[in-house]
Design a binder for this molecule. Structure first.
Ligand SMILES: N[C@H](CCC[C@H](N)C(=O)O)C(=O)O
Length: 287
């Protein structure tokens, strides 16, 4: 099976062209390829599929094999993949993921996509649509007790659930301890992606993320969008911000005119390769 390894500011996935043939067991393949010692090594698997409702479909799976309805860094790489590999010659394309169509604008230099601007759609704030257990029409700086400590969270869905926690000293946060406790907290019926954010100023936010199904990643596109929305709802930032992540920066704008969130950032191809699923299974699982 052929694959292409790509990343959006360090949030790396294995990409497979399934426009002609669907993959049968994507969850298992995601777990196998993601193993950073015995597999290929990635935050998960992203399939590019044909679609009746958009130019292409993205099917994203986290490293634990769970399906993710949306992936911001991933969709930028899907755009790069389809253009660089000649599946389209358009620099404005649509990609459906998790039932929602996103519109992308590609910046091409030397015949290859370098940067992509994505209309990520409107943020979802109603608790039961995120989903998160909570009262009212949105949760902004709402208390949650995790590991006997009270945190204030702002909850946003960008097609996938996010809990945004503002704090000082994110560099020193022991995210591997607190991240899983948020991810599997009882208030999140579908688990949650959690962003720990330090406000640098009204146009700059520093963010680390513990992703549902993948753990700490170098970057999270939907998380950066959720972070910008949360910062604006809390009065911490203007509508155009730069989110600084471990792997790089994303430019986010929550547009007042159409209520949509726009994310602009790079996409990179690392290498291509092939694997035999049976051999890979033996390598990772020892049988
Ligand atoms: N872990 C996420 C999916 C990947 C999101 C992230 N990598 C991005 O760039 O948006 C979830 O289960 O909802």
């Amino acid at each position: 099976m052929k694959f292409t390894k790509m990343h959006g500011i360090g949030n790396d996935y294995v990409y497979m062209d399934c426009t002609k043939e669907r993959l049968e067991n994507p969850g298992e393949i995601a777990r196998l390829v993601s193993d950073r010692h015995k597999g290929i090594g990635s935050d998960g698997l992203i399939l590019i599929q044909s679609s009746e409702e958009a130019d292409f479909e993205m099917a994203m799976y986290n490293a634990d094999g769970s399906y993710g309805k949306m992936c911001g860094n991933g969709i930028r790489c899907v755009a790069k993949y389809v253009y660089d590999n000649g599946l389209t010659d358009q620099t404005e394309i649509s990609v459906i993921s998790g039932g929602a169509v996103k519109y992308l604008k590609l910046t091409v230099e030397d015949g290859k996509v370098q940067k992509v601007r994505v209309n990520m759609g409107e943020p979802i704030l109603k608790p039961d649509e995120i989903p998160v257990v909570g009262e009212g029409d949105k949760l902004v700086a709402a208390p949650i007790v995790v590991d006997n400590q009270v945190y204030e969270m702002t909850c946003v869905s960008m097609g996938n659930p996010h809990a945004v926690v503002f704090m000082n000293g994110v560099d020193d946060l022991k995210i591997e301890e607190i991240g899983p406790k948020f991810e599997r907290h009882e208030r999140f019926p579908d688990r949650v992606n959690t962003e720990f954010v330090e406000r640098m100023d009204h146009k700059n936010l520093k963010m680390r993320v513990w992703e549902r199904g993948s753990g700490e990643t170098m970057a999270c596109g939907t998380g950066a969008c959720a972070t910008a929305v949360a910062a604006i709802l809390n009065g911490y930032a203007e509508r155009e911000v730069t989110v600084h992540l471990l792997g790089g920066d994303l430019e986010i704008c929550w547009d007042e005119t159409d209520n949509c969130v726009y994310m602009t950032g790079p996409a990179a191809t690392a290498f291509t390769g092939e694997f035999d699923p049976e051999e890979l299974r033996k390598s990772v699982q020892g049988r």
